[in-house]
Design a protein around this ligand. Sequence first.
Ligand code: PLP
Length: 464
Amino acid sequence: MQYRSTRGAAPVLDFRGATLAGLASDGGLYVPTRWPVLTRDEIAALAGLDYVETAVRVMAPFTAGTLDEGALRALCTAAYGRFAHTAITPLAQLDAQHWLLELFHGPTLAFKDVALQLLGLMFERFLSGGDTHLTVIGATSGDTGSAAIDALAGRANIDIFMLHPLGRVSDVQRRQMTTVLAPNVHNIAVEGNFDDAQALVKAMFNTPDFAQRFSLGAVNSINWARLMAQIVYYFYAATRLGAPDRAIAFSVPTGNFGDVFAGYVAAQMGLPIARLIVATNVNDILHRALAQGDYSVGTLTPTAAPSMDIQVSSNFERLLFDLGGRDGAATAAQMAGFEATRAMSLSPVQRAGAALFHSDRIDADDMATAIRWAHETCGQIIDPHTAIGLAAARRAGLGDVPVVTLATAHPAKFRDAVERASGIRPALPARIGDLFAREERYARLPATLAAVTDFIAAHARARP
Ligand SMILES: *Cc1c(COP(=O)(O)O)cnc(C)c1O
């Protein structure tokens, strides 16, 4: 499979190249040159397969030319061997129409493990045998940082530098990052907010000498391989619930539009998806875009679902590109307009093409009601992000179509918010039970480019 940039001006790369590059050199995002399609019989055959085998069948067309099926199977077996549930992403039935797809059984308790455990192994494989070092840098408001650190700790030829805003991630989230003491893991607490941390990372990628000297790599969802790994669980869940003979709807708590875009790809590959519900919190740029065609940046409101507190959803560009006739120059122009004015309108063609999506905006009261409903009616404790998905699912009015809400985080990860909404304090699962007894290590730095690049230069192993 070949990959091209949404902005049309970067080199076409194979799977290995696109995975190591992260962002395309023209500022766009890599997408496959075409969507592979699974036949109805191939989809029906998935119903009898376990998660790893489903993953191999779904991802093989995307990795073709870089990884054969045997290599892909070995990577998936290793990545998903660390999950605490043998089904990897089990379904839990809530009532006659609603299911939860539990994506939080990985090592760091959020769905990001599903993709990052695999990505970590792929990075290591792609770099093995050579003398190339990859320096992964990222900014996190919580879940991506811990998942990426867990996935990359101790891996050969890779250093990871993760920036988080000092004092602004939860204790559980911080400790999941800072108690990983592997020598290739470097946590940096930036004296600023998440936007400051994110801006520093962008500035480093946009400094060509620095980016080349340290071979910078990305682990956020601009990396195609992450989205690819997330397509799998849409197939896995839908085939367990009767696909391809019946269509399933999914409700997705959405921030950067990565997870729900993976559902869109599953639909392009032939999976019968009745509807994709894009559930946002009050930071509702995606709801406004899909409901009214108005993609304009508002002011950020911090909520109890911080992983969805976004201003700009990077992966939305992939959808605009695909719906706009896959015209790189047109996407580049549309994005340039957006970057200049912080606003854009979807074209009539893009709006018509987005008919698969339904969107909703869930406020703090609706979220708390959903947490209580799941507990009182179904005996399930859910986290604030999942609750936003479930609230949107319950009021989407989809008749009797089965609706699967993606449960994106374990409730213990956000136990203060869950307790405030429901009075119940979720316990930490046994696998991280000693988190508060572990030693922490991190550097505290001012939010300046010089401070951060000096630190990286002093600690990274990559050399020209
Ligand atoms: C990252 C995250 C989301 C948002 O996913 P996107 O792919 O960015 O849309 C939702 N819930 C949780 C718990 C997350 O960690």
